[in-house]
Design a protein around this ligand. Structure first.
Ligand code: EPZ
Length: 432
């Protein structure tokens, strides 16, 4: 079975280029079929969740032309109002729920298989449905596990979100851009990918104001038009490399980032003793000594992101002192702690809190990735550990990290994606 083999111990050093943001790309690609005109999108990350959504829009009639590895031209004029979005891949990814908002907004009808995604909690979509209904849609479940949303007319509405939800905010924005009148979303999510999707829709002729604050106003327009748009860099991929640099006591220049989107991470790393140097679109992380302890609680943006919770826990597991990490977004996001324990970590989980007593070192072990970000965090642990680790279930990691082993090797890490026993033996017996 394909898995990663990692020989730990090398401080990461050098430069790494960050790809486009997966979670922005999912919204933007879904929105790209809301016009009959052609849309060109650049800086798309080449990861499996993105391939799944591109495949989903192609299957329902969009013309997708790959211009190069990171750009494509999309024309959604071939999609009919009777389109049904359903295949095995769509059912596995979370971002497919954006096709409910985009098809409902464009055709007044969407039929989309219930979304999957990482198993990190209950992840209901009640807020999405509440928003669609407020706009006048009839929303119901139909076999086999489909969400159907349909409306004669969509009318702007005042929608107060009961929880801050990235997915519901983006979905309601898409459903309302061509509704009659004005929609107001209160208690909206402020994540950079919400802003990026709003900017993309505005570049297609939408009238969205306030994205990035907690009140978003959308004035309905008659139709959207073609555009060319470049997706923002992935803040979580950038953060993952920042924490990998810190955990291995390395010196890494992370390129193609928006430092403002990384402020919460920069602040925590500085607090525990890293040196951070920022410029316009780069951030350099230098860690020369064992880092200190701290506490953090995951919160919606601009708070500490839940998608960086496993990575900070891995880092603090090696720091000097006791740290407390509280997960307040998803209820099932500490599953990787059992794996870290196999490496010698001393972490006790009580409810949504992890109490971490830093240890001097991790030791290589056989590990299984429970989800995307936890998988990446286990790779960081393996890079910092003494000895060889084998990390399984890497299909999770491949959902969201482009060329992860290649980029890490570029920084001096010893990591290989091995497919066969022969590859495995070759890695194990490599003289170091
Ligand atoms: C998005 O998930 C991201 N996924 C997640 O990234 C990320 O962890 C999460 O936002 C939080 O930042 C995508 O963008 C595809 P939410 P999403 O709706 O939209 C509750 C990764 O690793 N909620 O903001 O599913 C929910 O249960 C992934 O890249 C409701 O109660 O997250 C959670 O507690 C994992 N009802 C909280 O809100 C709803 O209708 C935030 O969820 C919707 C959400």
């Amino acid at each position: 079975m394909a898995h990663y083999m990692v020989r730990g111990g090398n401080p990461l050093s050098g430069e790494v280029e960050i790809a486009g943001a997966k979670n922005a790309a999912l919204g933007i690609l879904a929105a790209s079929v809301m016009t009959n005109e052609t849309v060109t999108i650049e800086n798309i990350p080449d990861v499996s969740d993105i391939r799944a959504i591109l495949n989903a829009i192609e299957e329902i009639g969009a013309h997708v032309e790959r211009l190069d590895r990171h750009s494509c031209r999309i024309n959604g004029s071939g999609i009919s109002s009777q389109a049904v979005v359903d295949n095995d891949y769509v059912r596995k990814i979370r971002g497919s729920y954006y096709l409910i908002g985009s098809l409902l907004g464009r055709h007044r009808r969407a039929a989309v298989a219930l979304p999957g995604g990482c198993n990190i909690g209950l992840r209901p979509i009640d807020q999405h449905i509440k928003g669609f209904r407020a706009l006048g849609a009839d929303v119901y479940l139909a076999p086999p596990g489909m969400v159907v949303a349909e409306a004669e007319v969509l009318r702007g509405a005042h929608i107060y979100m009961d929880v801050v939800s990235v997915g519901a905010t983006i979905n309601i924005m898409m459903a309302s851009v061509m509704a009659e009148g004005t929609t107001t979303i209160e208690n909206a999510a402020k994540e950079p990918h919400v802003v990026d999707t709003a900017n993309f829709l505005n570049s297609m002729g939408a009238n969205i104001k306030g994205a990035g604050t907690d009140v978003i106003r959308i004035k309905g327009v008659q139709k959207l038009h073609g555009t060319t748009y470049s997706i923002i860099p992935d803040q979580i991929e950038a953060g993952t490399f920042m924490f990998a640099a810190a955990a291995t006591r390395g010196d890494v220049l992370i390129k193609n980032v928006i430092p403002k989107h990384l402020e919460f991470l920069t602040a925590k790393l500085t607090e525990i003793g890293c040196q951070i140097h920022e410029s316009d679109d780069e951030v350099r992380v230098v860690a020369t000594k064992r880092l200190g302890a701290t506490n953090a609680k995951t919160l919606p943006y601009p708070g500490f992101p839940t998608d960086m919770q496993p990575q900070i826990t891995v880092l603090l597991g090696l720091s000097n002192g006791v740290s407390i990490i509280t997960e307040s977004i998803f209820e099932n996001r500490f599953k990787y702690v059992d794996e870290l324990t196999k490496m010698g970590a001393s972490i006790r989980v009580e409810g949504n809190t992890a109490i971490i007593t830093g240890v001097g070192k991790y030791t290589g072990a056989n590990l299984s990735s429970p989800d995307l970000r936890a998988g990446a965090a286990l790779v960081i642990a393996a890079l910092a550990a003494e000895g060889v680790s084998e990390i399984y279930d890497i299909h999770y990691i491949e959902r969201g990290y482009e060329d992860f082993p290649e980029k890490l090797r570029g920084l001096g890490a010893e990591i290989e994606r091995v497919d066969t026993d022969q590859d495995r033996r070759r890695f194990s017996f490599k003289i170091v």
